[in-house]
Design a protein around this ligand. Structure first.
Ligand code: BMA
Length: 383
């Protein structure tokens, strides 16, 4: 994560006005009314993804294995001296009007940390493991399993929340609760904070109620379209970049199953965890077709969840980094370090990252917060 970006932004600033206009018109969020900070973020990410990969970490600012919500603390910073470029947060249970997420994180504190990370010049991504709106309503005695995002007991859920479905009003009320939270994400001047929203993720999998086997492609695309239109046109949010996301796929055709359209989506991303030696070839191949189609469509890219191979010491520097370096991948994020009270204060507590993570950090191709602060992704300094 060396500071290699200064030279580059200096060079784009030197473009002649005509050329820079062409450049400015070249890429933009799908929302024609996107706020200027959101447009700036989109363009900054577009530039950055051609130079290297930003590091992101889920709940990095909320807790680590040994600590719980300490102001300004971050596992990434503890280990490397710098914050992640991208901070991930999870909104599951917000739709039920709860004050804490399914991972016990206080939503007020999430809003606080979103603001803090934005102020530092960092990027925010929000995921949403929303409950199952159909089975949630059944009495306990009528449920086959817990009515969470992972409840795949019915293939009627997506249809039931679309405009003609019996749970449509309930779904709207869930989007209203989500919107109340989104409305809190403003800086001290009242400017809405741009963020990447990645709902209905890992679509190609079969483990969430919105997974591929549980709805038709048309229903899944309609769910996406309805959700974006509700938040964008009805609620008036123009600070959201929408990330389409799948789990592991093996072809572009499979990747795009149920894709709602380029007028809805800003980022093409997927999640892929390393479960064994086949990962190298699978990641390489998926990055190849996903980034190719993303660039052709002028969309951002992300390996929005990944994780190292069990028992492999140099995964960051010998597997992840060489493969992602072949393609324009905007960011990669590793998932949360679940807090465990047993570890708190214990000298034998596991370290947040393997030693090799420092090699990834030291690479000029990886970007952490300080690297992107130079790029001023929201163009706030030039305002
Ligand atoms: C999963 C796990 C769960 C968590 C969920 C939402 O992959 O980490 O423990 O509840 O993500 O953050």
């Amino acid at each position: 994560a060396l500071l290699v970006l200064g030279a580059l932004s200096a060079c784009t600033n030197k473009l002649a006005p005509a050329a820079s206009k062409v450049f400015r018109d070249a890429v933009a969020p799908a929302d024609p009314k996107a706020t200027k900070e959101t447009v700036a973020l989109f363009r900054s990410m577009w530039n950055l993804q051609q130079k290297g990969i930003m590091y992101g970490h889920q709940d990095d600012l909320m807790y680590g294995r040994t600590w719980w919500y300490e102001k300004d603390r971050s596992d990434t910073k503890d280990f490397t001296g710098d914050y992640p470029a991208v901070a991930g947060f999870e909104l599951g249970d917000i739709e039920l009007g709860k004050s804490r997420s399914l991972d016990s994180v206080d939503f007020a504190q999430i809003a606080e940390q979103v603001k803090a990370h934005y102020k530092r010049g960092g990027i925010i991504t929000l995921s949403w493991h929303l409950n199952n709106p159909l089975t949630r309503q059944l009495p306990d005695s009528g449920r086959k399993s817990k009515p969470t995002a992972w409840d795949v007991s019915s293939d009627k859920v997506v249809a039931s929340i679309l405009p003609a479905g019996e749970n449509h009003a309930l779904y709207n009320s869930w989007l209203d609760k989500l919107s109340l939270f989104f409305a809190r994400l403003k800086d001290e001047k009242g400017t809405p904070i741009p963020f990447i929203f990645r709902p209905y993720h890992e679509h190609s999998g079969n483990f969430f109620w919105w997974g591929t086997p549980l709805s038709t492609d048309g229903q899944y695309a309609a769910l996406w379209r309805y959700t974006v239109e509700y938040l964008r046109d009805k609620k008036g949010f123009h600070n959201i970049l929408y990330a389409y996301n799948t789990d592991r796929t093996t072809s572009l055709q499979q990747y795009l199953k149920g894709y709602p359209g380029d007028d809805i989506i800003d980022m093409l991303s997927f999640d892929m965890y390393d479960r064994g030696p086949r990962f190298n070839a699978e990641l390489d191949s998926a990055l190849n077709y996903v980034t190719k189609t993303a660039i052709a469509r002028k969309k951002l890219t992300g390996l929005s969840e990944t994780g190292g191979r069990r028992g492999m010491e140099n995964w960051w520097s010998t597997v992840l980094l060489p493969i992602v370096s072949k393609y324009p991948v905007g960011y990669t994020l590793t998932w949360r370090h679940t807090y465990n009270q047993r570890f708190a204060g214990s000298p034998t507590a596991p370290k947040p990252f393997p030693a090799d993570f420092i090699n990834f950090y030291n690479s000029p191709r990886s970007f952490f917060l300080k690297d992107i602060q130079d790029e001023d992704v929201y163009k706030s300094k030039s305002k």
